[in-house]
Write a protein that binds this ligand. Structure first.
Ligand code: PMP
Length: 393
């Protein structure tokens, strides 16, 4: 499926892009107001709505915004529509991307309060509740999986608390949408923020947000949005009918490619896709452990899309990355304050068992070349054993 000359991207984004999606991307550019673009956008929006569980049987569908940009733009778009300068924003941070959300909040002039925990852990829901009550914040953010650590947050508990207190909740699901469920409608999450280049298996280039009708109402009550391009109200008509209503030029090739990626996911089935991600996470971790790459956080708090591991003694993270790259496999370094500790693997989007086999085999060979004590074949054997086990729920 992957273009054969490309390196195998086992990094936490961008992820491998299926050939079918690349071919869609390469088609001649469409007008932003053509019916082809409009129907691709609509299908992409429907796919995102399904991926995030955005629509319950009774409730209205969210507005899905698809903008040219990266996940960071989506983070900014998620709060600039909800928080006026000087207003409180509570950021729940369990890693680097929580810290980033706090920085974005400060940049838009919000009065940011952070509730955080040590990296590798989760912020207890009681702490979030106490912080919401004491800060009187009306808007909060949380990260689903922090890509620096691979740790998943108990965001469902946060959402319940936010809903109970009448707080608008924005979830940074950049590292998870398409690979893990967020059940937006069921959990009454107001805004889910993501990007194209991770578990959705699209190329980098799209900032994507699912905005509930409740959040849109909150925007309407805000005294103006301090961004012109990111204002939901400017995009509302275009996102409902891009052929009829121009606001700004939308990235048509990427939207058509995004539609192709959504088609693939819908053919697989979202639940099957989420299950494949859980299976990949477990088997990849078994394989990596068997060759001395132990996850830096406890299994119980890890999400399904990313794994940060240590490296065996005597091997540096950058030596390992460079050595693995010689076999055409890209792995990532750890980032932020964990940068010296190890490396990171992405196992999401279009990645599947054969890719993991290639990846673990390449890491094993690289470790052997670097003189680390590895039992040849142990990683691949454990990976396969993990894959074959009963599927985790
Ligand atoms: N949030 C999370 C959880 C992420 O993983 C990332 C990207 N690593 C971002 C936000 C920022 O996205 P981008 O790099 O596309 O701006």
């Amino acid at each position: 499926m992957r273009s054969t000359s490309a390196p195998l991207l086992l990094i936490p984004g961008p992820t491998p892009v299926p050939q079918r999606v690349l071919e869609a991307l390469a088609r001649p550019t469409e007008s932003h107001s053509s019916s082809v673009t409009a129907s691709a956008l609509q299908r992409l929006q429907e796919g995102v709505t399904q991926a995030v569980g955005g629509q319950s049987s009774a409730g209205p569908a969210p507005m899905v915004l698809v903008l040219g940009g990266s996940g960071t733009l989506a983070l900014e778009c998620g709060i600039v529509n909800l928080v006026a300068p000087g207003e409180k924003l509570l950021v729940v941070s369990h890693g680097l991307f929580g810290e980033r959300y706090a920085a974005v909040g400060r940049a838009i002039g919000a009065d940011v309060e952070v509730v955080e925990c040590p990296w590798g852990e989760q912020v207890p829901p009681e702490q979030v509740e106490a912080a919401l009550i004491s800060s009187k914040a009306k808007v909060m953010t949380a990260t689903h999986v922090d890509t620096a650590t691979g740790v998943v947050s108990p965001f469902r508990d946060y959402a319940r608390i936010a809903d109970h207190l009448g707080v608008t909740m924005v979830l940074d699901a950049v590292a998870t949408v398409g690979g893990m469920s967020v059940d937006m409608a069921e959990n009454r999450i107001d805004v889910v923020v993501t990007a194209s280049q991770k578990a959705l298996g699209m190329p980098p280039g799209l900032a994507i947000l699912a905005v509930s009708q409740r959040a849109l109402e909150t925007r309407r009550r805000l005294s103006g949005c301090r961004s012109y391009f990111l204002d939901w109200l400017n995009w509302e008509a275009t996102m409902g009918d891009s052929a009829g209503r121009y606001f700004a030029t939308i990235p048509t090739n990427m939207i058509i490619a995004g539609k192709a990626a959504v088609d693939i996911a819908i053919e697989e089935g979202w639940e099957n896709r989420f299950r494949r991600h859980r299976r990949m996470a477990r088997s990849a971790r078994r394989g990596l452990r068997a060759i001395g790459l132990n996850p830096l956080a406890q299994d119980a708090v890890l999400g399904a899309t990313v794994t940060a591991t240590g490296v065996p003694e005597g091997v540096t993270p950058s030596d390992l990355r460079l050595e693995v790259a010689k076999d055409g496999v890209a792995i990532a370094g750890a980032i932020g304050k964990w940068a010296p500790l190890g490396v990171r693997f992405g196992h999401m989007g279009a990645v599947d068992l054969p890719d993991l086999l290639q990846g673990v085999a390449a890491v094993e060979a690289a470790l052997a070349r670097l003189g680390a004590p590895v039992e040849r074949g142990a990683g691949v054997a454990e990976l396969v054993a993990g894959w074959g086990d009963e599927l985790p729920d």
